[in-house]
Design a binder for this molecule. Structure first.
Ligand SMILES: CSCCC(=O)/C(O)=C/O
Ligand SMILES: [Fe+2]
Ligand code: NI
Length: 181
């Protein structure tokens, strides 16, 4: 079940709020400029499926998003626990970073934990299959796929270079909960 847990940045052990209803999650994130929607990932794709297979299966939704917001590049992160580089990939996303563009992710299988650091608060968003999240450019955040990754996420970029991250150097991510396997 998708969820949102909100903390003060100084209290990683004491959540202020935990939400599981879509409307509550979407409105709370909407207040800080984050888009969170439930789409329909109706074609079954398995974690580990190729980028081409996933893009072909979700061409209509990808085209809709590209037309709506002018995204120019699409790629796919598709991982399961047998991936030989899973530990390196997990580590890459686990440190706090920013992007120069919105972070748009459509989960079409499995799940992952996005944690957003906005002003003095930390928003841990457990995204599951069907969830679409768009985090505004410049937002500090990190992502945990867990020790045993199991997800497929479609990523849209308005930058032709695709994924570019600027790491903040902060160690805040190490103090907050990770994805529970
Ligand atoms: C859920 S897609 C992989 C993670 C990613 O692209 C990112 O930028 C994490 O912050
Ligand atoms: Fe990111
Ligand atoms: Ni699954």
């Amino acid at each position: 079940m998708s969820s949102l847990t909100v903390y003060h940045q100084s209290s990683p052990d004491v959540p202020n709020k935990m939400l599981t209803h879509l409307e509550d999650i979407a409105s709370t994130l909407g207040e800080v400029g984050v888009r969170f929607e439930r789409w329909q990932a109706s074609t079954k794709v398995l974690p580990g499926a190729s980028q081409d297979e996933v893009i072909a299966a979700y061409r209509a939704q990808i085209d809709q998003l590209m037309a709506e917001r002018g995204y120019v590049t699409v790629d796919v992160v598709s991982l399961d626990k047998s991936h030989p580089q899973k530990d390196e990939l997990r580590a890459k996303f686990l440190d706090e970073h920013r992007h120069g563009e919105d972070e748009v992710r459509f989960f079409v299988a499995g799940r992952g934990l996005f944690t957003l650091h906005i002003d003095d608060y930390v928003y841990a968003v457990l995204c599951e299959k069907n969830d679409l999240i768009s985090v505004p450019a410049g937002t500090r955040h990190w992502f945990d796929m867990g020790e045993f990754p199991h997800f497929v996420a479609i990523r849209l970029f308005n930058n032709p270079e695709g994924w570019v991250a600027n790491f903040t150097g902060a160690d805040i991510a190490s103090r907050f909960p990770r994805l529970e396997d």
